[in-house]
Write a protein that binds this ligand. Structure first.
Ligand SMILES: [Zn+2]
Length: 256
């Protein structure tokens, strides 16, 4: 094994992490895995928008035939859901970013204070990846000379410094995904003639959930696509039936 081989990533396919294997440790599976995760997050966000807003508007439609009231509640549910998604995502990605930055600081300090131990650590990691002692030492020397911090973050912690997530970007993306999903049930409950609004909404929502369930399974690399779609459709049907029943009961109670 020569150093030229080590520099050639194709000679070491096992160093490259498979894409899409994990949402949080996605060091260098390339942008492909990263993009896949983002798409998957978008599908999940859209799902939330579909289910929570559909359940809300169907519940209100069970209680009242007043379209103005349904539209008002739909707008409120849309805003509340999108904002709470954004906030939740902002908080979660911020703490992920904080912990990554803390690890980067720690690693930087360790490299300054105990470069020898850190070098041995890198050699050990490379040996565990299947390199011989000799090759691992040569590779570690190369990596350390090139960019010691980058090598340690990558091999030891699975962090890519250029790929620290943006809390604001994640928050906006998840709010938009929720918004996009929520539009479906809102249009479905407001556009059809009065008597058809609830059945049309059920149909549109369950169909949409079948699609997002299937898509989510595809993007998540799960082979059980039909099962994922059915699970989501069944859960959605249950949620809609429950809020419609509650709305109907409360509506009758209030009027009677
Ligand atoms: Zn280290």
């Amino acid at each position: 094994m020569t150093l030229a081989n080590i520099r050639n990533p194709d000679a070491h396919p096992d160093i490259v992490h498979p894409p899409g294997t994990s949402a949080h440790r996605e060091p260098q599976g390339g942008n492909y895995g990263e993009r896949l995760n983002k798409l998957r997050a978008a599908v999940l966000g859209a799902n939330d928008g579909i289910v929570s807003v559909a359940a809300t508007v169907v519940g209100v439609a069970g209680a009242t035939t007043d379209r103005g009231a349904v539209a008002l509640v739909a707008a409120a549910a849309l805003a509340a859901g999108a904002l709470s998604m954004a906030l939740g995502e902002y908080v979660s990605v911020s703490s992920q970013k904080d912990s990554q930055n803390a690890l980067i600081e720690l690693e930087t300090r360790e490299l300054e204070e105990m470069p020898r131990e850190e070098f041995d650590e890198l050699v050990q990691i490379l040996r565990e990846k299947g390199m011989s002692e000799e090759t691992a030492k040569a590779a570690a020397a190369d990596l350390t000379e090139h960019n010691a911090l980058k090598a340690h973050l990558d091999f030891e912690l699975g962090i890519d410094e250029e790929d620290i997530p943006s809390p604001l970007g994640a928050a906006i993306a998840s709010a938009l995904a929720f918004f996009g999903g929520a539009l479906l049930p809102i249009l479905a409950i407001l556009l059809p003639p009065a008597g058809l609004a609830v059945p049309v909404t059920f149909g549109v929502v369950l169909l949409a959930l079948a699609v997002t369930g299937w898509l989510g399974a595809v993007l998540g690399g799960s082979p059980h696509r039909l099962r994922a779609a059915l699970r989501l459709v069944a859960g959605g049907a249950l949620a809609l039936a429950a809020t419609f029943a509650i709305g109907s009961a409360l509506g009758t109670g209030a009027m009677g």
